[in-house]
Design a protein around this ligand. Structure first.
Ligand SMILES: [Zn+2]
Ligand SMILES: [Zn+2]
Length: 436
């Protein structure tokens, strides 16, 4: 729509926000019953993946094969500012994956004519990168394994990276920039929402790794209208999920964000995703590399289609995991119950975390230097996101007293993550916030 007027743009944005809020009207205050049955099943997926189309070190078909063989049900390709949709030839040796990636591709038992190479005078042959449609055709299995085209809109404010993944888009969304970190996020969210309103394509946008270069604070993210998701866990070793003395962890940010959105800002709950953000596919277990298999979402979905998955995600019908599997999450009347699919010789601790109405809402800057004050998430009282109850065992129940703004559950296993993004990680599951 090249000639749309400013008024039309505004109307489309309002329309998009209305559409999104309608989809999300299954709010946390409704009863929740997340359990597989004849109609709904759990689908395991990774929503943040890089390939040779940007700075990943493997071919997209090999990455899809990895996730298929590791029993995922869906995978979203999210290369930086690119879709896998054009004719593209690269040097077959001088690339991020090099000889190793090429030899593995050649040995993968793919159809005979699959690999296309062409000679280049005075250099190694070039190889054509397969498009999303070609990889989909080769590896997607109806209702069993789904590939989704996405993109990591890789924007920045000054030197700070502001990255947002879009799941399910056939149109490239270009980074729009802005005059502040918050405005960069808001403009990219608005663009995704108006794209969605124009095309009807169920595109979902989420904020990636807020603590990468400590770019995004809780106060900035909480105010973004139309943003419903951020990465509470990202498996890349450089993203500082746990923060440090001055910087809040992503878990802490999540509580601050939802406390303010639900009690002060009149904005809907924000959900927490776990993703791989994988780039490295050839090294063995190594904390230095961003490898696949570290964090994922389990979506309770009626069907394995992008539309059904996005609908379930937006209704909060999922949990995020770095190793803990759940059987069910229910909230009926005033009881919130988590049933864990327990493994032998592993113990589980479930922390019910939330904020009560009437909480102490004072805060102080995290830095004494006034010029850093709004660049770091502020320090809040322990009444924001406090542990309301802690339960050991494979079933954990919390009874609402009625004064909670929201309650979420964090399940931590006694087993360390076999391939962590940061040293000392335990396997966990993040259950989405519910309201009494
Ligand atoms: Zn990123
Ligand atoms: Zn990424």
């Amino acid at each position: 729509m090249p000639h749309e007027s400013a008024a039309m743009k505004l109307l489309l944005t309002i329309l998009a926000i209305t559409v999104i809020s309608t989809v999300n009207s299954v709010t946390a205050s409704d009863d929740v019953r997340l359990t597989a049955d004849d109609d709904y099943r759990w689908c395991k997926g990774n929503m943040h993946t890089h390939s040779l189309w940007s700075d990943g070190d493997d071919y997209p078909e090999m990455i899809a094969k990895w996730y298929l063989e590791h029993e995922y049900q869906f995978l979203v390709f999210t290369d930086h500012n690119t879709l896998l949709n054009k004719e593209r030839w690269i040097n077959s040796v001088d690339n991020k994956g090099g000889d190793t990636a090429l030899r593995k591709l050649q040995a993968a038992g793919l159809p005979k004519s699959w690999i296309e190479m062409r000679d280049v005078k005075g250099d190694a042959p070039e190889i054509r990168l397969k498009t999303f449609d070609e990889v989909f055709e080769l590896l997607a299995i109806p209702q069993n394994f789904l590939l989704i085209q996405g993109e990591e809109v890789s924007d920045r404010f000054g030197r700070l990276p502001v990255h947002m993944c879009v799941t399910n888009t056939s149109t490239l969304l270009t980074p729009l920039g802005g005059d502040s970190v918050a405005q960069v996020m808001q403009r990219n969210v608005d663009a995704a929402l108006s794209h969605r309103a124009r095309t009807g394509e169920a595109a979902l946008i989420h904020l990636n790794h807020p603590n990468f270069n400590y770019a995004v604070t809780a106060e900035q993210l909480m105010q973004i209208v139309g943003e419903k998701f951020f990465e509470v866990y990202n498996g890349h070793p450089a993203v500082e999920n746990v923060g440090d003395e001055q910087h809040a962890s992503t878990d802490r940010m999540w509580d601050i964000i939802n406390t303010w959105r639900l009690s002060r800002l009149d904005l809907p709950v924000m959900y927490g995703l776990a993703t791989d953000d994988c780039h490295s596919y050839h090294t063995s277990t190594s904390i230095k590399d961003s490898q696949p298999g570290r964090g994922w979402v389990m979506v309770l979905s009626e069907s394995l289609t992008p539309e059904a998955l996005v609908q379930s995600l937006e209704a909060g019908q999922f949990y995020s995991s770095s190793g803990v599997t759940l059987k069910s999450v229910t909230k009926e009347d005033n009881e919130f119950t988590i049933v864990i699919d327990a493994e032998p010789d592993v113990t589980y601790t479930t922390d019910f975390i939330g904020t009560r109405h009437g909480f102490d809402d004072t805060s102080t800057p995290a830095s004494d230097d006034p010029k850093d004050a709004d660049k770091m998430t502020r320090k809040y009282s322990d009444e924001v996101g406090s542990v309301l109850k802690s339960v050991t065992g494979s079933t954990a129940t919390y009874e609402f007293s009625g004064d909670e703004i929201y309650v979420r559950a964090l399940v931590t296993s006694s087993r360390t993550h076999p391939n962590p993004g940061e040293p000392g990680e335990m396997e966990q599951a993040w259950v989405q916030p519910v309201q009494p």
